[in-house]
Design a protein around this ligand. Structure first.
Ligand SMILES: Nc1ncnc2c1ncn2[C@@H]1O[C@H](COP(=O)(O)OP(=O)(O)OP(=O)(O)O)[C@@H](O)[C@H]1O
Ligand SMILES: [Mg+2]
Length: 312
């Protein structure tokens, strides 16, 4: 491990000069916590007596939140509906000091995923979403919002319709660094990315061939003309395909909830490379940050304080 407190302080300092734009599918993560003491007389289902409710920035907004929590100037481009969810998203973005470049689309709901949790267990998830591609006015407005000057871009694709061919063309035209956290079904859109960060399952889903991780990674990198490819391996860490192949093992962690760890990885890798750090440092820091995030419930971020504390 080459990371120590001194280096991490320097990295955090270097992050303050960065401006990164995240574009992709914004999700409002909602958690409803309650207790179950009886079965409903109406149907054979438990009754959850709600005790507390929480809203978090999810999907591409969680990538943006991970950046801003580390002191990076962050902008978020995406779509919301004309419903109450957009107000909650807007409030959370403001609180997190994320530049709000969201576009309202009257034809879609704000994507929202509600988890009903009782006795520390998820009982049910309720999704509001549209997976229709954005079009017309909404698409034009989204494209325009990409034009503010930044150091680099992160495309956070949750396949809800924001990421499309024209949008990717617009990003390529900038000739700046852009990372992609992909969905296999949109593979062909990601050609020429500076960095792609699929998890193992997504990487396999993009290659119609049974082969080992190394062969698969090199093939994917070549097929899509990627500058670098980082495949996340859950508790096994990150496999990097750059000039060479290298696995950066994660420190095994007591996992509370892995959701959002991939968002943390794409955020931290992109920020480190844009700030001029090498891949060893970038991958080690990404593992460290993701390791902290998996110890938390739901979509979560790491603060500089937690990061420094974890090195003690
Ligand atoms: N059990 C664990 N212990 C330590 N670190 C972990 C563990 N699970 C995941 N991580 C860290 O999180 C990173 C991303 O995990 P994973 O490969 O599961 O991403 P993902 O499937 O994209 O996650 P997401 O649910 O956010 O989409 C790993 O590369 C690693 O750094
Ligand atoms: Mg992921």
């Amino acid at each position: 491990m080459s990371l120590d407190k001194g280096i991490v302080l320097n990295i955090l300092e270097s992050f303050k000069k960065l401006k990164i734009l995240v574009v992709g599918d914004i999700i409002l993560d909602r958690y409803v916590f309650g207790k179950v003491e009886r079965i409903s007389p109406e149907a054979p289902v438990p009754i959850v007596e709600v005790e507390r409710e929480e809203f978090r920035l999810g999907g591409s907004a969680n990538v943006a939140h991970n950046l801003s929590a580390l002191g990076i100037k962050t902008f978020l481009v995406g779509v919301v509906g004309q419903d109450y969810g957009r107000h909650i998203i807007r409030g959370l973005l403001k609180e997190a000091k994320i530049g709000d470049l969201t576009v309202e689309d009257p034809k879609r709901p704000t994507t929202e995923k509600t988890r009903i949790v009782a006795l520390s267990q998820q009982l049910l998830r309720i999704d509001y979403e549209s997976r229709e591609p954005i079009e017309g006015n909404t698409l034009e407005k989204v494209l325009e919002k990409l034009d503010i000057p930044v150091d680099g871009y992160i495309v956070s694709d949750y396949a809800k319709g924001v990421i499309n061919r024209r949008l990717m063309e617009r990003i390529r035209e900038k000739k700046s660094f852009f990372s992609v956290d992909p969905r296999p079904q949109n593979k062909s859109l990601y050609f020429g990315a500076s960095l792609m960060t699929p998890n193992e399952k997504e990487a396999k889903g993009m290659i119609n061939q049974e082969e080992g991780l190394r062969a698969l990674g090199w093939r994917l990198k070549r097929e899509l003309s990627l500058q670098s490819l980082a495949i996340t391996l859950g508790p096994r860490g990150i496999a990097l395909f750059d000039k060479d192949f290298k696995v950066f093992p994660a420190k095994a962690k007591q996992v509370y909830d892995v959701s959002g760890a991939g968002d943390t990885v794409v955020a931290v890798l992109t920020a480190c490379i844009l700030a001029g750090w090498d891949w060893d440092i970038a991958c080690e820091l990404a593992n460290l940050c993701a390791g902290i995030v998996v110890g938390k419930l739901g979509t979560a971020v790491v603060t500089p304080e937690e990061l420094l504390e974890s090195l003690e």
